[in-house]
Design a protein around this ligand. Structure first.
Ligand code: FAD
Length: 554
């Protein structure tokens, strides 16, 4: 497990599809994933994957809906390519064993907010699970793929780290793999951190919903890939565009249960606690308005009325149809004693999807040679300032298809991956207590929710930036002197990604798509087509290298 042609970090749809694509072309692929193979957002996706199959629909309409949602920041070329390849990629998923729901006339097509037609390919309401299960089975069965669970990547291995901390003369910085912690409880190497080298490293580590207090994302979504790439000097962009899903279950025992947008597509309506339907006053598409509009409308109603939640109501739809179309949501709610067909369900918005990420081409190429980024970790130009529902699984599949070809090109061109320095744990000691970490986790997530949420102001962003800088310093101090744990590594990442979100939000002095700032409430044409790009200053990287042992220096 020390070396591979292609090292894939993450086993969601992006990671597994690129792994299968590389292995099919003859590469030896190592997939490392930080918990169980199916622990990721992919497994939780309910709604589906957008693709044009209806003869009344067209690629031009899908592209137009995507561009409208992206609010002037999507790349039209990327949009056209992704939309145009969607049917082929759906066919590829079916060939890999994914069973999408079909009727006698072909694929069943659902409808979701922002889409002008029926084009959501789905497997009832557990589309992500159907995809994840099929791909995990394929990857495990492939002789050239090794999939290892409970492996947490900490940081990337850089060329400059291989040679006493200096960038080699005349050669550009390059990525050669990652430092990885073995988190398998009871395994002989448990807790050990070692370098894994590869000619190509693929970040497919998903999103960063855990940066916020309320999120629909699973626990693994701590923005590790974005943080690792930024620390290594790659460009990240558009991190101010965080999508808040309007309808997450509001229940004291539910951690993050999403009520799919497809429910609204089938006729569910939103009501305040006194039963008033408010969306028709807000947008001509009412409950099917884009997600940011719906999330902000709910936020406004909650703040105006001082209430904690609103209701999602499907009680006017035939109960049998609801149970048949949404078996997953129906049974999940039953576990909390709620019956979707008989009573309105309490909901709140929650952080759901990161539109920004590591700047990458559609094929995943980043600004750091040897490093690809795919799926939710990447920012390819598809989503712009807002993601159209069900375009993300699609982006991951299309990106992985091209990413596999790109990875193979790099594998052929690269020399053998050099040996990396071992991880240095000398001088570190186990933490005496973990209460401080728990506090910092809560502090970061709470302040991001309160100060950098659905509606922002300059003052709140300034305040959030200062608080995060302080927390970041404390966390870095602990990181340099303590024996590392999963908790500390992820805490370091959410704090960094939080501060990058704040920095992007502060630089965009307008409101556009998902970024809404009361001090700049209108869209400003000067920002048209301008992503917010951040790159870690070279001086900061050098200073850190001097302050910490080489293998901890990022
Ligand atoms: C509840 C929910 C519903 C959704 N519904 C839809 C939908 O209907 N349609 C749609 O298009 N999109 C939907 N999305 C979004 C979509 O599911 C994700 O954008 C997509 O699955 C991301 O795929 P991915 O492969 O990039 O990441 P993920 O599937 O999240 O996989 C990330 C992987 O990286 C691993 N990982 C993370 N950090 C590390 C590390 N440091 N070291 C090693 N491994 C690491 C994780 O363990 C995981 O295996 C939904 C998301 C959620 C949360």
């Amino acid at each position: 497990m020390k070396e591979a042609d292609v090292l894939v970090l993450g086993s969601g749809v992006a990671g597994l599809m690129v792994a299968l694509g590389c292995a099919a072309r003859g590469a030896e692929v190592l997939v490392l994933t930080k918990r169980r193979a199916d622990d990721g957002s992919t497994n939780w996706a309910q709604g589906g994957l957008a693709a044009v199959f209806d003869p009344e629909d067209s690629f031009a309409r899908h592209a137009r809906d995507t561009l409208t949602c992206g609010a002037g920041l999507s790349d039209p070329g990327v949009v056209r390519r992704v939309v145009g390849e969607a049917p082929e990629r759906v066919a590829e998923l079916e060939a890999l064993g994914v069973r999408f729901t079909r009727t006698r006339r072909g694929l069943a097509l659902g409808r979701e907010g922002g889409h002008s037609g029926r084009r959501i390919v789905h497997a009832k309401d557990f589309t992500g699970q159907a995809i994840e299960q099929a791909l995990v089975a394929r990857a495990r069965a492939h002789p050239r793929i090794r999939l290892v669970e409970e492996q947490l990547a900490l940081d990337l291995i850089l060329e400059s780290r291989l040679r006493g901390g200096r960038a080699p003369a005349g050669r550009r910085e390059r990525c050669w793999g990652a430092y990885v912690m073995d988190c398998r409880a009871g395994a002989p190497g448990a807790g050990r951190i070692r370098p894994v080298t590869a000619k190509v490293t693929v970040l497919a580590t998903g999103g960063c919903g855990k940066v916020y207090l309320y999120t629909t994302n699973p626990d693994v979504a701590t923005g590790d890939g974005i943080a690792m790439a930024y620390r290594a000097g790659a460009t990240v962009e558009n991190l101010e565009f965080v999508q808040f899903h309007p309808t997450c279950l509001y229940h004291p025992e539910a951690k993050s249960l999403l009520l799919t947008e497809a429910l609204r597509g089938e006729g569910a309506v939103l009501r305040t606690l006194d039963g008033e339907r408010f969306m028709p006053k807000v947008h001509p598409m009412a409950e099917l308005a884009p997600r940011d509009v719906v999330a902000r409308a709910i936020d406004r109603e909650l703040k105006r009325r001082g209430e904690t939640h609103v209701f999602l109501d499907v009680t006017h739809l035939p109960a049998a149809r609801v149970r048949e179309r949404f078996p997953n949501v129906y049974s999940s709610l039953k576990r909390y004693g709620l019956d979707l067909t008989r009573e309105p369900i309490p909901v709140v918005p929650a952080a759901h999807y990161m539109c920004g990420g590591v700047r990458a081409t559609l094929a995943g190429r980043t600004s750091l040679p040897g490093l690809l980024a795919l799926g939710e970790t990447a920012c390819t130009g598809l989503h712009g300032a807002n993601r159209l529902a069900s375009n993300s699984l699609l982006e991951a599949v299309v990106g992985a298809h091209h990413g596999a070809a790109e990875a193979l090109r790099l594998v052929r061109a690269a020399r053998r991956a050099p040996q990396a320095e071992p991880w240095r744990a000398q001088g570190t000691h186990p933490p005496l207590e973990t209460v401080v970490f728990d506090h910092h986790w809560d502090a970061v997530r709470r302040l991001m929710w309160d100060l950098v949420g659905i509606v922002r102001t300059d003052q709140r962003l300034l305040y959030a930036g200062r608080l995060l800088a302080l927390l970041g310093e404390e966390i870095e101090f602990d990181y340099a002197r303590l024996r590392l744990s999963r908790d500390l590594v992820e805490l370091r990442n959410i704090a960094l990604v939080g501060s990058l979100i704040v920095e992007c939000a502060r630089r965009r002095r307008e409101s556009r798509g998902l970024h809404f700032n009361l001090d700049h409430p209108r869209r400003d044409r000067r920002y048209d087509g301008r992503p917010t790009a951040l790159r870690r200053p070279r001086a900061a990287r050098r200073a850190r290298r001097l302050a910490a042992p080489a293998a901890r220096a990022l």
